[in-house]
Design a protein around this ligand. Sequence first.
Ligand SMILES: NC(=O)c1ccc[n+]([C@@H]2O[C@H](COP(=O)([O-])OP(=O)(O)OC[C@H]3O[C@@H](n4cnc5c(N)ncnc54)[C@H](OP(=O)(O)O)[C@@H]3O)[C@@H](O)[C@H]2O)c1
Length: 314
Amino acid sequence: MKKDSKIVIFGGNGLLGSAVKRVLAEQDFENIKSPRSSEIDLLEKDETENYLKVEQPGYIFMTAGLVGGILGNKTRPADFLYQNSMMILNLLEGVRKFSPKSKILYTGSTCIYPKESPQPINEDRFMSGKLEETNKGYAVAKGMGIVACQSYRRQYGLDAICAMPTNMYGLNDNYDLENGHMIPSLIKKFLVAKGDGNNVSLWGSGNPRREALYSEDCADAMVYLMDNYSSEKIVNIGTGFDYSIREFANIIKGEIGGKYEIEWIFSKPGGTFEKRTDIDRLKGIYPEFNPRGLREGIRVILNNKRELERILGN
Ligand SMILES: NC(=O)c1ccc[n+]([C@@H]2O[C@H](COP(=O)([O-])OP(=O)(O)OC[C@H]3O[C@@H](n4cnc5c(N)ncnc54)[C@H](OP(=O)(O)O)[C@@H]3O)[C@@H](O)[C@H]2O)c1
């Protein structure tokens, strides 16, 4: 990528897209566009195609999607399936017709992998077993996006590559307790408890293990892949290390401070026991990739005044 290459980020206002924007800006890329969904709705085929026809971007980061936690996925499986499928299909079809030289980086997710996968999960597990029931619609759409990128690459020669990030957290996250992910929920619950002194209840035993990637570390790997990788083989982006949910809670509580206790509600479900990604392929492409640890990532969030206002304001 040249510093003046035209780069479009779809989803540039979200957790990951905004991190891609910051990483590109830090690396002095100067021609970045990130239309909001209100300007370019990727569910609208004509709108998407007209935009690509006019803009002819050199590079497209596809970080747009309908994203949510367990509740959202459970109650709106059709929306997650439909929207995540149509956005990538409209984009690929638009690029094929009107901007075939654009390179696309599609963001999938590690939820494409089967529920019962040997740990750490490598890329070959894709389509090798049954998916987690709660977010099946989302996972199938994300997996379809991969096959779509591979198919447009094979048939039409589009330079579409696919990255599979693990669970992420960072600035611009979704702190809605009903619909957010684990880390933003923990941050919000502990900040509120620090204020009111009430104990915090968490579901499960706290023993399941999870991985967590700071959004800008993911973005850093994505920018590197965009510049240095071209293949139909999907690439995991993770940290390679995990923590138990109890460790997550204790580390985050330790960073936030306050006088309150954590109560574990053992009768509630705790989810898949372990989920950790194999990042050997990424390290083979980008040996310097060095994602930060949880404490460091949490400190960035807690030291950001605007983010604290967002967390406590919604
Ligand atoms: N968060 C995670 O832990 C995680 C983990 C693995 C993979 N991923 C993947 O990473 C990508 C980004 O996730 P995220 O957490 O950054 O999501 P996010 O914060 O919810 O952001 C999603 C973005 O998608 C845009 N969008 C939604 N519908 C759109 C439409 N119809 N047309 C155009 N843009 C639309 C939104 O734009 P507006 O704000 O302008 O409406 C929003 O900025 C997704 O593909 C997700 O599947 C996320």
